[in-house]
Design a protein around this ligand. Structure first.
Ligand SMILES: Cc1cc2nc3c(=O)[nH]c(=O)nc-3n(C[C@H](O)[C@H](O)[C@H](O)COP(=O)(O)OP(=O)(O)OC[C@H]3O[C@@H](n4cnc5c(N)ncnc54)[C@H](O)[C@@H]3O)c2cc1C
Ligand code: SF4
Length: 287
């Protein structure tokens, strides 16, 4: 169950080369939102737009494909997308909201739907929640230190960052690649990530990430009826190329291994919190 409930899993990439040109992996998030927008399945999507500083994202409500394109790529730092859901339904007047987020953000969306504390307009307006796999995240200051001090790259020169195969890599506009072993990044991780028990966004309609699929492709889980229906329509309309996950390497074995590693390690942290003090423990949000 470390991969959550799902109906189907494939390896896929966007059919549109313009989307692929600057997407993080197979461009699944941008292509699926673009399809849903064009078909009227959503009337806008909350994505991580460009903030004031390089590589510092800021949640935006994208109502055009051009705005979705601006938000492509992974920013390895916190972007509070959920903070915009209420606004999306009010100031932006959306009735069918799309939202992308890390597993914890998709949990927040589902919690807001089931227990809408101060979220009156929200529960029935979430039309498509896309989750992205996530092992850990970094505060902006930590990311800046990793990029500028450890990788020796100026934040404004970076055009892509990537975590994979045990390394954190930064790519620059002029074609240089700077890499550090992932173990050097551990101390910069956001503390709250160490009690997180979800790797593949178990509560999303559709979840996607790079792990399991070859470079330029994504691993995609369809999980809910809505997710399955939207994905099916997008495939029928020719928006994605797909391969059975069983036919690609490393496939689901690696996704399962990483999900198990994350959950086991973080469950241990949670257990340790119970007896952190002398005769006193720290709070456990799951009980
Ligand atoms: C902090 C973090 C950790 C990750 N860890 C893993 C991992 O361990 N294994 C793995 O396989 N994949 C991981 N991913 C997911 C992966 O990097 C890609 O985001 C995912 O595969 C989608 O790629 P794409 O080409 O389909 O998306 P694109 O079409 O490029 O779109 C990416 C979308 O993600 C949004 N986004 C970017 N940064 C953030 C952010 N910080 N918070 C919320 N939304 C954001 C963008 O707005 C955009 O809409 C991680 C992503 C993040 C943000
Ligand atoms: S590790 Fe968990 S808590 Fe941290 S950003 Fe990823 S999903 Fe959220």
């Amino acid at each position: 169950m470390v991969l959550g409930n799902y109906k189907n899993c494939v390896s896929a990439r966007a059919a549109d080369p313009a989307i692929l040109s600057a997407s993080q992996d197979g461009g699944i998030v941008t292509q699926l939102f673009a399809f849903a927008l064009e078909e009227g399945i959503i009337d806008g999507a909350i994505v991580a737009g460009q903030g004031d500083e390089p590589y510092k994202p800021e949640p935006v409500v994208a109502t055009t494909v051009a705005e979705l394109m601006e938000a492509r790529g992974t920013r390895y730092t916190i972007c509070p997308n959920v903070s915009m859901i209420k606004e999306a339904t009010r100031s932006y007047g959306l009735d069918k909201v799309g939202i992308v987020g890390t597993p914890c953000q998709i949990q927040a969306v589902r919690k807001a739907q089931l227990y809408p504390m101060g979220m009156r307009a929200v529960p029935d307006k979430i039309a498509l929640a896309i989750g992205i796999f996530c092992m850990e995240n970094f505060p902006y200051q930590g990311l800046e230190t990793m990029v500028e001090d450890l990788c020796n790259v100026k934040m404004e020169s970076a055009v892509k960052m990537d975590i994979g195969k045990g390394k954190f890599s930064v790519y620059t506009e002029r074609g240089a690649v700077s890499q550090i072993p992932l173990k050097l990044t551990h101390k910069f991780e956001q503390g709250g990530c160490h009690v997180c028990l979800d790797y593949v966004a178990n509560l999303a309609d559709v979840s996607t990430g790079s792990v399991g699929s070859p470079d330029g492709w994504s691993t995609v889980f369809t999980r809910t009826k809505a997710g399955e229906s939207i994905w099916g329509k997008a495939i029928e309309a020719g928006y994605f190329e797909t391969k059975p996950i069983e036919d690609v390497k490393p496939g689901l074995d690696l996704v399962t291994k990483l999900a198990t590693d994350k959950i086991t390690k973080n469950q241990k942290t949670l257990d340790e919190r119970a007896s952190f003090g002398v005769g006193k423990g720290l709070r456990n949000p799951y009980i």
